[in-house]
Design a protein around this ligand. Sequence first.
Ligand code: PLP
Ligand code: ZN
Length: 421
Amino acid sequence: MNQAQIQTRAPMAPEMLRCRMCHTPVESGPVHVCEECFGPLEVVYDLDRLKGVLTRDQIARRPTDVWRYVELLPIREEPTIGRGVGWTPLLPAPRLGKALGVRDLWIKVDSSNHPTQSFKDRVVAVALQRAIEFGMTVVGCASTGNLANSVAAQSASAGLQAWIFIPEDLEAEKIVATGVHGVRLVRVKGVYDDVNRLCAEVADRFSWGIVNVNLRAYYSEGSKTMGFEIAEQLGWTTPANVVAPMAGGSLITKLRKSFKELTTVGLIEPATEPRFFGAQAAGCSPITTAMQEGSDRIRPVKEPRTIARSLAIGNPADGTFAVETMRETGGWGEGVSDPEIIEGIRLLATLEGVFTETAGGVAVAATKRLAAVGRLANEGATVLCVTGNGLKTSEAARSTFELSAPIDPRLSEVERLVSAG
Ligand SMILES: *Cc1c(COP(=O)(O)O)cnc(C)c1O
Ligand SMILES: [Zn+2]
């Protein structure tokens, strides 16, 4: 932001942390859980202060990245990183809509996010900015792939050291797209939950900023920028339905929070809340299973079995909040099979020209099911969140087409192919 833009900004909200279970207030800092009850922590702001102060015109004049909504993010200083992160296209998807039976369908294309082609670029920008404000020089994460890519890339450009912990069986593309940034890449034997547990110990032992452990309260707030953008891109209105893939369950929870906050500060008119729909792979669906069983308890999945590795979190940190988000808004959750995921990737690629990774295939497949059983609200826009890029899970898409044998460079050969149809 240049000087003029800084001057048009409302003063930063001095944010605090608060336990989401027992509501005990906690001083802002790199803390993992509530000391009273071990519950997760959440950032709270004094949003009333921004009412009528932060305006649409003011926001319209700002650069198009996550800091466009800086007053609603948990940072205290002028951001020095995260330029160009966010502000991804929101595109009408009439051809996919027709195929799925959804009237006013839109896709939020986070598969084109800067710098690493997934929605994780948003959460990492906010977490690393806060890590810098805390004086940290070493950061890291436990990751199912996309988070590893983004922490690696953004720590490189921020000049921070990074230690990245991943399950050993990640897709080759996600390993390369992490290692190339010159970080310490640690492959751990076991599933994501083993990696996450290890990282909780690492954060305590070394005082590093592990973005999804002791910086999680800040990290997760970055997801809100996706919702802020959707509202602004729809002309400061909210959609009727939102379909989002779920891993730890944070994104869907924060999308809801984003629309609530925009209403609180007066940037959008109070309206009916969107219905929130969560999508998981059947091979690792602790959240959608709890939703469908009408239970508040998440039963962890010990051995996830799905091609959607980016969503394969067996013990989701925000699972109960995700269930609450779906239930309270009249939404629903669907767990889809691997063949449905591949078909979802194919539909989005062939009908809208967007190549998504397995998580996007999960969202498309879930939308198809939801439309078929009439769970989506009929009036108003439906936004399908495409959270990752197909080039990172290319193996999953390999079976969607046949590769024909090479031909000799002769016109007669092409004539032969054309006449064969
Ligand atoms: C991490 C991730 C999600 C979901 O994230 P949560 O906030 O943990 O639910 C969705 N899609 C992709 C591609 C991801 O990498
Ligand atoms: Zn507590």
